[in-house]
Design a binder for this molecule. Structure first.
Ligand code: BGP
Length: 471
């Protein structure tokens, strides 16, 4: 793989592929959830922007924009539709065709092995809390490594285990929709990191010379608006919740004993932890970190109100109210803080470009020179199109420009940043929020044959890449 800086954009299988039951694909927990009563929005990813049938057009558009990399995910249930472990050749063929297209344009694939969409048969056994999940994941990833090999030079195991576990078991807006269940959160988090390590163990068996493996982390290191000791303690505890149980085993191959002791004090039963898994984690760490950058994680000392969690896409929040602000609090540990002086997007999420700098600098301070790819960064908004479907998304351009300013500054200041991916390549399904919240560089006209129309931000990104391709 060339060592050029990678400039690209990202998608995920459930959010963009559509064709949810085509060519032998099995159902994932997201198919199952979106088709069930529990999905109060009734919106699904059944068709979405139908990347499954539009991939050639979409990848050509990336190339025309000057993008030299594409982050996408493989749907596990396209490859292994049933629990009998029989490989669906049509599933492999689809991704072969996507890779052919990337090769045609010199686009480096950065491929996530799972982006939330566990097969339904794993969901039925307990999903991420099923103790067999790591062996199943290892098997699936082995099939992928064997088949795709070094055609994929950048693999990532799991997308945002932190956000996924959090939405699954704390907020309850993602399947299996459990709320405030810290016991299952801990179990899920642990199993995910065992999955990560076991997949890396499979990967290493192939001795690839030109392929590397990482995972994608979804939140910033915690920070605070005050330096007081109680705030520092809250920062540590917020990191115990959403950073350290992921980054430390993935990068260092071990858990911090203080974290383990504090988790036990919360009354969490850790009997699911096995020495055998810890040994595998120790020997199987990542080559690079995928870091998604959206906003800060501000901590303050816990005050009152008990353990509680809300996220900006819970329930029927369509972004019109700007009220569903993200809150997380663990009794006795921390509460998340709010800075009244910062701008929020329509879904209540803070827009704070300087967090890109602090995120990267804090990662470097703790983990040294580890290569980092910014695997997602983007702005969710209502887009208003003119009569030709053209969107002048100046707000998105401003967002990306400001975040990139800080990312490039961190690179100049020594962070080993190797690539950047706009979330998202084109408009697609935004979990729970449906299709009104748009992130794409390219508009998808859902009412008009899924026509693709590049937005102003697409042309802006093209220009930006051409000016920064040799950094
Ligand atoms: C990340 C996910 C993406 C994407 C993005 C925007 O957490 O990895 O899949 O969805 O956030 O989030 P949302 O669509 O919820 O606004």
């Amino acid at each position: 793989m060339s060592e050029k800086f990678l400039w690209g954009s990202a998608t995920a299988a459930y959010q963009c592929e559509g064709a949810w039951d085509e060519d032998g694909k099995g159902a994932s927990i997201w198919d199952e959830f979106c088709h069930s009563e529990a999905n109060t929005t009734k919106i699904t990813g059944d068709v979405s922007c139908d990347f499954y049938h539009h991939y050639q057009e979409d990848i050509k558009m990336m190339a025309d924009c000057g993008q030299n990399t594409y982050r996408f995910s493989i749907s596990w249930s396209r490859i292994l539709p049933k629990e009998d472990h029989v490989v669906n050749q049509k599933g492999l063929e689809f991704y072969d065709k996507v890779l052919d297209e990337c090769e045609k344009y010199g686009i480096v694939p950065n491929v996530t092995l799972i982006h939330y969409d566990l097969p339904d048969y794993i969901g039925a056994k307990g999903g991420w809390c099923y103790d067999g999940v790591s062996d199943e994941f290892a098997y699936y990833t082995k099939v992928c490594f064997e088949h795709f090999g070094e055609r994929i030079p950048l693999y990532t195991t799991i997308n945002e285990p932190n956000h996924n576990a959090y939405c699954n078991y704390c907020v309850g807006n993602y399947p299996p929709n459990e709320k405030n269940n810290l016991q299952d959160y801990a179990h899920c988090v642990y199993n995910m990191m065992v999955c990560n390590a076991k997949a890396i163990r499979e990967f290493r068996k192939f001795n690839f010379k030109n392929a590397k493996i990482g995972y994608v982390h979804g939140c910033a290191p915690a920070t605070a608006l005050s330096d007081e000791p109680a705030y520092k303690e809250a920062v540590k505890k917020l990191d115990f919740f959403c950073n350290d149980p992921f980054t430390e085993p993935a990068i260092w191959g071990r858990y911090n004993p203080e974290l383990v002791a504090e988790v036990k004090k919360l009354g969490i039963d850790l009997s699911f932890v096995k020495q055998e898994d810890l040994d595998i984690m120790k020997d199987n760490t990542i080559d690079f970190l995928g870091q998604n950058i959206y906003s800060r994680q501000l901590a303050k000392p816990y005050e009152s109100g008990g353990t509680r969690f809300t996220v900006n896409n819970a329930g029927n929040n369509d972004g019109t109210k700007n009220t569903a602000r993200e809150t997380r609090a663990i009794e006795g540990w921390f509460e998340t803080d709010r800075d009244p002086n910062t701008q929020l997007n329509k879904w209540g999420r803070e827009i704070y470009p300087a967090c890109a700098y602090s995120t990267l600098m804090l990662r470097k301070e703790k983990f040294g020179n580890i290569p980092i790819y910014i695997t997602e960064c983007g702005h969710g908004a209502y887009d208003i199109a003119d009569e030709n479907g053209y969107v002048e998304d100046d707000d998105r351009i401003e967002f990306l420009e400001n975040y990139l300013h800080y990312i490039l500054k961190a690179k100049e200041d020594g962070v080993n940043v190797k690539g950047f991916y706009v979330w998202s390549t084109m408009d697609l399904y935004s979990w729970i929020n449906g299709y009104k919240k748009r992130y794409g560089l390219v508009r998808v006209d859902y009412d008009n044959g899924l026509k693709r129309i590049p937005k102003k931000s697409y042309y802006w990104y093209k220009d930006f890449i051409s000016k920064h391709k040799d950094i």
